[in-house]
Design a protein around this ligand. Sequence first.
Ligand SMILES: [Mn+2]
Length: 359
Amino acid sequence: MKMTFRWYGLGNDDITLDKIKQIPGVDGVVWALHDIPAGVEWPMERIEEVKAQADEFGFNIDVVESVNVHEDIKLGLKSRDKYIENYKKTIEKLSKVGVKVICYNFMPVFDWTRTDLYKNISDGSNALFFEKSKISDIDPKELIRKLAKDVTVTMPGWEPERLERIEELFKAYEGFTAENLWANLKYFLEEIIPVAEKFDIKMAIHPDDPAFPIFGLPRIIINRENIKRFLNLVDSPYNGLTLCSGSLGSVLSNDIPSIIREFHDRIHFAHIRNVKVYENGDFIETSHRACDGSVDIVDVMKAYHENGFAGYIRPDHGRHLWGEEKTCRPGYGLYDRALGIMYLLGIWDTLESQKTNKI
Ligand SMILES: [Mn+2]
């Protein structure tokens, strides 16, 4: 298991590399060129710049999150081929600085979705919240306006240039089914995976967040059956998963530890996060602690440990603590993610000790 921490880049993240350096156990930063729009080939000099910045602090940059997939690829438009070519060139370039895993997602229009970015919790902290009834009533444009008002930073998955085209995008997806999306994902994988194999980079799809369709748009990476189908689209170790316990955990019927036990050899990157799911389908992000949420994080770590998981791992979102919501990206404060790492390492180290009979 290799512990990492997401970093939004120099000048784009209040949580700087020198701060990350002080969190125990972190060997690498998970990064991206967040200002490069989906579909555009990443410039080599910008990639090398990040490598040099991380080198200064002794961090690896083995994991990229994300190289975003252009909407035309998801829609299966003729223009997809040129965007796929750019994606391939980006894979090749990333291999030159030693990147091992690329995380991406295949969700139409919206990336992760919440109804509140700063929902108050009784202990005085706040966290990302999803209110199911609100999403069924609200116009997506209104939700975007509401979230944009609450936040001053750009959020991955909510890039302004994409959201400006929201009406056009919804029109493009009219009549579009889950089967269309499966077919377009297969087309993408059949093109990309041989390139990933050639350059020894594991592709790792992130589950849909939340793990159910919203605004009438299909979502497919949502449960065990669909993950199995996904892995069989192209049966190669290079066609793998970013297993996000929080995204899949938004649906109580998803048994995350058993999904990990079944597919561990195709999981290249683990996002660990807990969510508390309510009976009405609402959910809030919680501390990593198993008893605070609906996902048994102890069993999640056991499932990785017993299978000798050697991939990358990071704490996913955290609550905003001690007033940090004024400066941090929603879900990406320093404190709760650092606390989460200590919890995860605590479980892992205990399991390791048990294995060697030290305890
Ligand atoms: Mn995640």
